[in-house]
Write a protein that binds this ligand. Structure first.
Ligand code: SAM
Length: 291
C-alpha cells in the first residue's frame, strides 16, 4: 500500500500502534467510500472485532486483506468486550468494525469504548461514512442544530415519553428506522408532531439512493400505496418557534393537554415545564394549588 508516500508529514499519527482500539468506519453501501486510512489500519492491526464476521470478511477480501477476526455484537458484547480489551492491554491492536458506518453510532461500539475509557486503554477513531450525517446533508432541512435519536424505542411508554419530549424540540431531528416499522413510525410522528417537513433517505450511497423530501402527512399517503424498501434515515424539521401564547396560559390546562395526549401526570408536568422554560417544581406547585 502506498499510503505513506504522499503523507509523510502524517506518518507518526498514521502508524498503527499496539495497545490500541481503532474504531474503523466502513461504507454504508458504496465500497468506494472506504478510506485509505481505514484500509491501512485494517491491514496492520493484530485482529479485527466485527459485528458480523461474514460481512466484514467479504469487505476485507474485496480489498485483499486477510486478518484474524472475532465477533463482537449486541448479544456477546459483555464477555467478548472484556476479552478484546484484555488482549489490547496485553499489547495487541484491534480494529472494531460494525455492520456499516461509524462504530459506536447506534451499535454496540459504544460499550467497548466505555470499557476502554474505564481501563485507561487508548482508543483512536478512524472517521468515515455515517448514515445519519449523510442523510442530514441531503435533507434540505436546517443543519445548524440537530438531534440524533437513533432508533426510537418500540416500548410503548418509552416511545410516548420520547416523542412527547421531541415534539417541542426546535432542532432538526434524525432517526433510524427499519422498513417494516416505517409506517407505524410515520403515524406516530404525525400524532405527536403534526404535519412537518420530512426527508426520508434510503439506500444511501447505493445505486437506488433516494432522498424523498416531503411532509409527514404526504409520506403517510405515499406509503399507503407503496411498500417501504431498504433501511431508512428520517430527517424531520424541528418544532416551529412558539411564542408564549401558543400554549394555554393556564398551567392546569397546559399539563392536561399533555395528559390528554397520553402522558402520565409527572411526564406531562415535566414537558409543560420545559415548554414554559420554568422548573418542574414551579409547575407542580401551580398544578396542585389549582386542583
Ligand atoms: N453505525 C451506523 C452509522 O454510522 O450510520 C448505523 C448503524 S444502525 C445499526 C443501522 C441503521 O443505519 C439502519 O437501520 C438505517 O437506519 C441506517 N443506515 C445504514 N446504512 C444506510 C443506508 N445505506 N441508507 C439508509 N440508511 C442506512
Amino acid at each position: 500500500m502506498s499510503f505513506s508516500k504522499n503523507h509523510t508529514q502524517f506518518r507518526e499519527k498514521n502508524e498503527v500502534l499496539g495497545k490500541t482500539l481503532y474504531l474503523v468506519a466502513t461504507p454504508i453501501g458504496n465500497l468506494a467510500d472506504i478510506s485509505e486510512r481505514a484500509l491501512k489500519v485494517l491491514s496492520e492491526v493484530d485482529f479485527v472485532a466485527a459485528e458480523d464476521t461474514r460481512n466484514t470478511g467479504l469487505l476485507l477480501s474485496r480489498f485483499g486483506i486477510s486478518k484474524s477476526m472475532v465477533s463482537y455484537f449486541e448479544h456477546n458484547k459483555r464477555e467478548r468486550g472484556e476479552i478484546i480489551v484484555s488482549r489490547i492491554e496485553a499489547g495487541e491492536s484491534c480494529a472494531l468494525v460494525t455492520d456499516a458506518g461509524t462504530p459506536a453510532i447506534s451499535d454496540p461500539g459504544e460499550d467497548i469504548v466505555r470499557l476502554c475509557a474505564e481501563r485507561g486503554v487508548n482508543v483512536v477513531s478512524v472517521p468515515g461514512p455515517c448514515a445519519a450525517i449523510c442523510a442530514l446533508t441531503l435533507s434540505a432541512l436546517s443543519t445548524g442544530r440537530f438531534a440524533f435519536e437513533g432508533f426510537i424505542s418500540t416500548n410503548k411508554s418509552e416511545r410516548r415519553e420520547r416523542l412527547t419530549e421531541l415534539a417541542i424540540d426546535k432542532r432538526t431531528l434524525i432517526i433510524y428506522e427499519a422498513p417494516h416499522k416505517l409506517k407505524t413510525t410515520l403515524d406516530d410522528l404525525y400524532k405527536y408532531f403534526g404535519d412537518r417537513k420530512i426527508t426520508l433517505c434510503r439506500e444511501l450511497t447505493k445505486l437506488n439512493e433516494e432522498a424523498f423530501r416531503t411532509t409527514i402527512a404526504s409520506a403517510i399517503e405515499f406509503y399507503k400505496e407503496n411498500d417501504p424498501r431498504g433501511e431508512y434515515v428520517l430527517v424531520i424539521e424541528g418544532a416551529p418557534e412558539k411564542s408564549e401564547s401558543d400554549y394555554p396560559e393556564d398551567v392546569t390546562e397546559h399539563v392536561n393537554m399533555f395528559i390528554d395526549s397520553g402522558l402520565d401526570r409527572m411526564s406531562a408536568m415535566k414537558t409543560a415545564a420545559k415548554q414554559r422554560g420554568v422548573s418542574k417544581s414551579d409547575i407542580y406547585k401551580s398544578y396542585v394549588s389549582e386542583n
